[in-house]
Every structure is written in C-alpha cells, then in structure tokens.
Design a protein around this ligand. Structure first.
Ligand code: ADP
Ligand code: ADP
Length: 229
C-alpha cells in the first residue's frame, strides 16, 4: 500500500510560466524516492500537488491506482503524512507535542515514536524527562531535534505515504542526512517516502529523480546515476 504514480502532470501557478511540464514517474509501495535538482525546478510543487494543495493543470496523480481527485480530502490526509518545514511546538512535554494531532494514540505508541526518532539522548536515557517541558526553561531543542519531533508526530499516524520537503530547508546537510536516515529507519518498507532535496548526494533513496525546469531529466538508483555520470 502506498504506490504513487504521476502521469504526464503539468501545472502552472500563473499563465506566464509553467512550473511542471509533463512529470511522469512511479514509486513502488514502501520505497523512497528523492526529488533533486536546482532551486525553482519544481520539487516542492510536486509535493504540493500530491497533497492536493493544488490540482494538476493536466495529467493525473494516483495512489494505489486511484486518482487522488476521486477520494475525499479526509481520506487523502489519512493516506499522506507531511513532515512540515516549520514545526509548531507547544510549551509542553515532548509527549504532548508528539501527541498533537494524534489524540487517539496510546502512550506506548507515542514513546515508541519518540524513541524511533531519537529525539533526545537524555530523553532516551531518562524516560522521566518526557515530563520536562520543551521551551525556555526546559528542554532546548535544536532545529534538527525539532524536525525529528515533527517526524515522530507524523509516523504516529502511520500513513502509507510520507512527504518530506528539504528543498528549502535551513538545516545543515549533516542534520538533513540524519533526518532522512531516521525517517528511513523508522518507516522501513512500510511507508512510501517522497523527499525533495536540493542536493543529489542523497543516501538511502531507492529512486532518484533529477528535476530541471519542470521536467524529469534523469532517473534511476544512486549507482545508476553515478554510472551515467
Ligand atoms: P523547488 O522546490 O524545486 O525549489 P518550486 O516547486 O518551489 O521549486 O518552484 C517551481 C517554479 O514555480 C519556480 O519557477 C517558482 O518560482 C514557481 N513557484 C513556486 N511557488 C509559487 C507560487 N506560490 N506562486 C507562483 N509561482 C511559484
Ligand atoms: P538550530 O540549532 O538547528 O539552528 P534553531 O535555529 O531553530 O535551530 O534554534 C536556535 C536555538 O534556539 C537552538 O539551538 C535551540 O536551543 C533554541 N530553540 C529554538 N526553538 C526552541 C524551542 N522550541 N525550545 C527550546 N529551544 C529552542
């Protein structure tokens, strides 16, 4: 569950310029695809269309063979988790923050997600720190830790597809790589990951799509792309 297909998708934000010029690809269920390419090439737009923030001008997008325009927004939201760039954190515990948006999750599910996300070494060692509040006088989280918390919040929902947009991220590349690795490990082969990234030095992606000027100019595994040069 979680096969994502783009079929000849075009999209324009305005009449003067076409952001996507016929994008086609398939990501098998449970696999990781990385969209790489220069800034402004269309990577974030692909994610926005997948989440139906916009609909394509032409072409179609489907999950498990079903056009995403034919399902309700509610069921689409259940099927696609988005790790936001800017995580909203509350001045409350890690537990509370991971639970945000996941009111039905059990304590055990929250703790498992926090551990999987390796949110904070000290939290792993001292479980009572789950009760410490995030913020000024409590735990101080780095940008990377905040994004891990966002990942934990997303994986608690256990959606078949997760989107991660690092195309315009302010995090350093080492942190970004760690986050992708954490996400990969946490979701194993259960979840289809769609990652947008500025750099082609992505590790762990099953499929890399090089996007330039709204088109897929190259695709393949990391090794295949290196072989092609
Ligand atoms: P990337 O994620 O690869 O940096 P984007 O998908 O954000 O690229 O942008 C693709 C193209 O669409 C660019 O030319 C960009 O200027 C344009 N674009 C992106 N967002 C908007 C928007 N909200 N309104 C108008 N044009 C946009
Ligand atoms: P980074 O450390 O990756 O640059 P930010 O720029 O987001 O992350 O934050 C700068 C510093 O501010 C961080 O090192 C962190 O200690 C502190 N900080 C930011 N947001 C929070 C928060 N919600 N709770 C605790 N500390 C925070």
């Amino acid at each position: 569950q979680g096969e994502v297909t783009f079929e000849n998708v075009t999209f324009s934000y305005d009449v003067r310029q076409t952001a996507l010029k016929g994008i086609s690809f398939t990501v098998p269920a449970g696999k990781t695809v990385a969209l790489v390419g220069p800034s402004g090439s269309g990577k974030s737009t692909i994610l926005r269309l997948l989440f139906r923030f916009y609909d394509p001008s032409s072409g179609s997008i489907s999950i498990d063979g079903q056009d995403i325009r034919s399902v309700t927004q509610e069921s689409l939201r259940k099927n696609i988790g988005v790790v936001p760039q800017d995580t909203v954190l509350f001045n409350d515990t890690i537990m509370y923050n991971i639970r945000y948006g996941n009111i039905h999750a059990t304590d055990d599910e929250i703790i498992q997600a926090a551990k999987a996300a390796q949110i904070h070494d000290s939290i792993m060692q001292f479980p009572d720190q789950y009760e410490t509040k995030v913020g000024e006088r409590g735990l101080r989280l780095s940008g990377g830790e905040k994004q891990r918390l966002a990942i934990a919040r997303t994986i608690v929902k256990n959606p078949p597809v997760i989107l991660l947009d690092e195309a315009t991220s302010a995090l350093d590349t080492t942190t970004e790589r760690h986050i992708q690795e954490a996400l990969n490990t946490m979701t194993k082969d259960r979840t289809t990951l769609v990652i947008a990234h500025r750099l082609s030095t992505i590790v762990n992606a099953d499929l890399i799509l090089v996007i330039k000027d709204g088109k897929v100019v190259e695709s393949g595994s990391h090794e295949e792309l290196i072989r092609q040069g």
